[in-house]
Write a protein that binds this ligand. Structure first.
Ligand SMILES: Cc1cc2nc3c(=O)[nH]c(=O)nc-3n(C[C@H](O)[C@H](O)[C@H](O)COP(=O)(O)OP(=O)(O)OC[C@H]3O[C@@H](n4cnc5c(N)ncnc54)[C@H](O)[C@@H]3O)c2cc1C
Length: 524
């Protein structure tokens, strides 16, 4: 049996490394731009080969782009146009998902999906989707009558006339998956560089020369997995430009108290803009409504809007007439990287040898990620003529969450380490021990959102109002930095802006803290 590598990970050392400029030029055989699910899936697969491998991510953590904000559905594959890259990689990715999540210790559930027709006119659309799915190679598709549908999902709206059942549909945690992919790659030699924005790129025929916010990088194979920014990377190196439009999708999230309303993911019939508004359970027991679809100009604009959130409620009411409006806990938005050709752009660029694109990866990109990872890693390794590694470290296994432990296990954990007995997030029952472990692990958390996505602290009913000061105190202690320096998600998103005492005494806040005066709450 393979043994877990005995390495002590220090969040403090890692934070220092990730916040300073490189010592000199970084040289890699292969380098990936983008730490979303696609870049991390490629990195994990590429770490099976003997080569030097870098991944450059401009944000302070992996999974800070689209991979943190989507529907989290592992699509069956009936929706994509037959013969497209989307169809091919969706079906292949769906089959790879279950073993991958098991290997990476990431939650996944094959909860099935249903596409519901809300009038008898829609039944023809269901049959069309079913035959498209069969052409794409999707197993387990069948049409349910109104009665069968209602038996499975009693909360469904009264106008539901029938549904397409996809038995291979599933749900997962997209950010936990992305973090786990990155961590597994790091354990196998990936040099992950965060806070590292790629600017200008030049190709001299053999090497790619990258200017980044942390210093120069050189590599022989460059993999473009930059999400909505993939066009700005590609268009610097190719005379055949591509265009990526951010297509924003907004969501509502409902509390765990309504988790048993539906067991399958419920879609309405798809439209030209996407798969429409769904109602779906999540692997964490909450319920998701959305997304909308709106083309926008700003590649960073993940605001939600009253108009679109209302639209979700209006449309979702057809699926779920008894939608409990008092149970919303938050709303959020993500950006689809929509390519003009309406398909994934995968593979080596014809007029720039060595540049490999994973561009235009909108939905079903999460589902397709395991298949894209394997395919593009093989392509890069072949190009570099790299041999396979003989040894590959197994994936990192985070401690079992306290909320999922049996009473006996809890008692044992607290006996061994009293930090297991100190609850930091009351809503999600996250303990101090879990938060410290989330910081000191491969690809550990250095921000409040980083803790949230690794432990669920702050994701519950109160949305972090109780635990934020406590999480800040632990981060500050483990990382060896003042609480005033800590951020929600890097990039200047400081949570505390000054100490009330000092501010009041001096009448004039110190220059660095002059913008606003925040509240610092003591841990004790
Ligand atoms: C509303 C919505 C719903 C969706 N629902 C589903 C679903 O249910 N199922 C499904 O299969 N798929 C779904 N998707 C699609 C899926 O989320 C995406 O396909 C997937 O997350 C894309 O991953 P990525 O790695 O390509 O992009 P990202 O996660 O955005 O990663 C790209 C990374 O590149 C970094 N980057 C960009 N430019 C630079 C630069 N110059 N230098 C350094 N780093 C850079 C970014 O910071 C970012 O972290 C949905 C998408 C949206 C928006």
């Amino acid at each position: 049996m393979k043994q877990q590598q005995k390495i002590v990970w220090s969040g403090a050392d890692e934070r220092k490394r990730q916040s300073k400029p490189f010592d000199g030029e970084k040289v890699y055989d292969a380098c990936i731009i983008g730490g979303g699910v696609i870049g991390c899936a490629i990195a994990r697969e590429l770490s099976r080969w003997q080569l030097s491998l870098g991944l450059l991510e401009m944000r302070s953590d992996v999974s800070e782009g689209t991979s943190k904000a989507n529907s989290a559905i592992i699509h069956a594959g009936y929706d994509a146009k037959p013969g497209s890259e989307k169809a091919r990689t969706n079906v292949a990715g769906n089959q790879l998902f279950e073993p991958l999540c098991r290997e990476l210790h990431v939650p996944f559930r094959r909860n099935t999906s249903l596409v519901v027709a809300f009038s008898s006119d829609g039944l023809a659309g269901l049959r069309e989707l079913k035959s498209r799915g069969e052409i794409n190679g999707v197993d387990g598709l069948s049409i349910l009558s109104q009665a069968e549908l209602r038996r499975r999902e009693p909360a469904i709206g009264p106008s539901a006339a029938g549904a397409l059942l996809a038995e291979t549909g599933g749900i997962c945690s997209p950010y936990e998956l992305t973090i786990a992919l990155a961590a597994h790659a790091v354990l196998n030699g990936l040099d992950l560089q965060l806070n590292c924005k790629v600017g200008q790129i030049r190709h001299d025929g053999r090497w790619f020369h990258l200017q980044t916010s942390r210093g120069p990088v050189r590599c022989q194979v460059l993999i473009n997995a930059a999400g909505v920014y993939a066009d700005t990377i590609h268009n610097q190196l190719s005379r055949q430009p591509i265009e990526i439009t951010p297509r924003r999708g907004e969501y509502w999230l409902l509390d765990k108290s309504v988790s048993d309303a539906f067991s399958a993911t419920i879609f309405q019939l798809p439209t030209a803009m996407g798969k429409g508004i769904l109602v779906s359970p999540t692997v964490d027991g909450t319920m998701l409504l959305g997304p909308t679809a709106e083309d926008i100009d700003d590649k960073d604009d993940v605001r939600t809007t009253a108009q679109r959130l209302d639209e979700i409620l209006r449309v979702a009411a057809k699926t779920w007439p008894d939608l409990p409006r008092g149970q919303f806990i938050t709303s959020f938005a993500g950006l689809r990287a929509h390519a003009r050709q309406n398909d994934f752009i995968l593979g080596e660029v014809a007029d720039c040898p060595g540049l490999i694109n994973a561009a235009g990866i909108e939905s079903p990109g999460l589902t397709a990620a395991p298949a894209i990872g394997i395919e593009l890693a093989r392509l890069a390794a072949r190009r570099l003529n790299a041999p396979r590694r003989s040894q590959w470290q197994p994936a990192w296994q985070p401690p079992q969450p306290f909320r999922l432990m049996e009473t006996e296990q809890r008692a044992r954990a607290v006996r061994d380490n009293p930090a297991w007995g100190r609850i930091i997030c009351r809503c999600e029952q996250v303990t101090e021990a879990e938060i410290r472990a989330a910081i000191n692990r491969p690809v550990g958390a250095a921000t409040v959102d980083g803790i949230k996505r690794r432990t669920r602290a702050g994701m519950g009913r109160c949305q972090a109002s109780f635990c934020t000061p406590r999480v800040l105190a632990i981060l500050s202690e483990e990382l060896g930095v003042s609480r005033l320096e800590l951020t929600k998600f890097g990039n200047g998103s400081r949570i505390l802006t000054g100490r009330i005492g000092e501010t009041v005494r001096s009448h004039e806040p110190p220059a660095a803290d002059a913008a606003a005066v925040g509240l610092e709450v003591s841990h004790d």
